[in-house]
Design a protein around this ligand. Structure first.
Ligand SMILES: Cc1cc2nc3c(=O)[nH]c(=O)nc-3n(C[C@H](O)[C@H](O)[C@H](O)COP(=O)(O)OP(=O)(O)OC[C@H]3O[C@@H](n4cnc5c(N)ncnc54)[C@H](O)[C@@H]3O)c2cc1C
Length: 397
């Protein structure tokens, strides 16, 4: 197959992860190409809520929590840099997140969260119902108390994607859209395997480095030789969303509870979510899904029921086995970098993923310890005893 172009790094997938990584790599002086099957940024990154909320759902401290908190701390600079580079305001908002308790089960959950986070010195506040009403007068009469996470912020993820797209273009990234990455080209040199390119529907992109950032589709790309991602199934988890017109300010904070969440947007809408469903690659919204979201949202903010619907959609969260992202080099194939499996937190983790991928490729190692996110954690030994399904000299990963 004739080569379409040559790049220092080819990124498969033009979602928020691929775009952010491409921007940083191009800023570091590399020639970068993004191979995108459709239009960049139209999948999970378009469907998301844009919450940057590592504390709101965390029940303990672990490597993922630390990564998420570190990622959150990069956002205000990231947003400012994007504004400067492209003129686009990604609506980084700092009002914070309120997590409501509306019944006894909520009490238990919030109390647990409060106790460990407060003891760990994290920025979390316990608020009584009357104080919450001064912040958010529309909350339901059933409100008992709430936690406030002042540092759990939000962005408008569709603006984020648009800004990243403009920033990557300004930085000279080649975006090859409407082009499927079909197969990783891997060659054996003196017993060592290394990436030499990507076969696409438009020809081959020659490169020594590939960043696999294809979201829920990351496991569907073929490769000449077995790669470690074969040990994990990257599964799509559907999330449905609905946005409503908000002519008067129904809410200012992100409002969260076990029932779902409500996110106010500056443009006069609220976004309510979501579902978590195993529905394959089906992105349709369902009557039951939307009804459940509205029920949950109205349980927190009854005024929601009166608002007109502006849009309904669904997207596919990339879930990799344990819900943690897969970051870092393939242990056996030189030049193959994974940046996938960001599941419910890809918007939050985009800046830190981009920074990490850039350090790996430009400096040869990441500043932070990313070993907990290595694909090695899924190793089953299957690849060593030859039981993997291999089709000819290709295999599905
Ligand atoms: C309803 C919902 C709400 C969410 N809310 C939040 C939130 O509030 N905060 C948060 O941090 N995260 C949230 N997320 C998660 C977040 O959206 C994802 O983790 C993130 O968008 C993943 O980004 P990505 O670039 O890996 O994947 P995607 O955005 O899905 O991008 C992958 C890209 O790869 C392309 N691709 C796939 N296969 C190929 C191929 N073979 N060749 C070329 N291109 C290919 C696709 O077309 C796609 O554009 C939410 C997700 C959903 C669905």
């Amino acid at each position: 197959m004739t080569a379409r172009l040559t790049a220092d790094t080819a990124i498969i997938g033009g979602g928020v992860i691929g775009l952010a990584a491409a921007w940083r790599l191009a800023q570091a002086g590399l020639r970068v190409a993004i191979i995108e099957r459709g239009e960049p940024g139209r999948e999970a990154s378009h469907a998301a809520g844009g919450m940057l909320a590592p504390l709101a759902e965390a029940d303990s401290r672990d490597a993922f929590f630390d990564l998420a908190v570190a990622g959150r701390s990069l956002y205000s600079r990231f947003a400012a840099e994007l504004k400067e580079s492209t003129g686009t305001d990604i609506e980084y908002r700092t009002e914070g997140t309120l997590y409501l308790s509306l019944d006894e089960c909520d009490d238990e959950e919030l109390q647990r969260r409060w106790e460990w986070q407060h003891a760990a010195g994290l920025n979390v506040e316990k608020l009584d119902a009357s104080f919450v009403r001064t912040l958010e007068p529309q909350v339901a009469p059933a409100l008992r108390w709430a936690l406030k996470f002042p540092d759990d912020h939000q962005v408008e993820n569709r603006r984020l994607v648009a800004a990243l797209l403009a920033a990557t273009r300004n930085a000279g990234v080649e975006i090859i859209s409407h082009t499927d990455a079909l197969r990783l080209r891997i060659e054996n040199f003196a017993g060592k395997k290394r990436i030499v390119g990507v076969v696409t529907t438009q020809g081959e992109v020659r490169t020594g480095v590939v960043v696999l950032a294809a979201g829920s589709w990351s496991g569907l790309i073929e490769s000449d030789e077995p790669v470690a991602l074969a040990d994990v199934e990257v599964e799509p988890v559907r999330g449905q969303m609905i946005s409503l017109e908000m002519p008067m300010p129904v809410v200012r904070h992100v409002i969260y509870s076990r029932r779902g969440y409500v996110i106010p947007r500056l443009g006069g809408t609220v976004v309510c979510g979501s579902t978590s469903e195993r529905a394959g690659f089906d992105k349709r919204v369902t009557a039951g899904g939307i009804a459940g979201i509205i029920e949950g949202a109205a349980g927190m903010l009854p005024a929601i029921r009166e608002l007109a619907i502006t849009e309904m959609w669904a997207g596919l969260r990339p879930f990799a086995g344990d819900g943690w992202p897969i970051l870092g080099y393939d242990p056996q194939v030189s030049g193959l970098v994974y940046a996938t499996g960001h599941y419910r937190n890809g918007i939050l983790l985009a800046p830190i993923t981009a920074e990490t991928v850039t350090e790996l490729i430009v400096q040869g190692e990441a500043r932070r310890d990313i070993s907990p996110f290595s694909v090695r954690r899924f190793a089953t030994g299957k690849r060593d005893n030859g039981t993997n399904e291999i089709r000819g000299n290709k295999r599905k990963i």
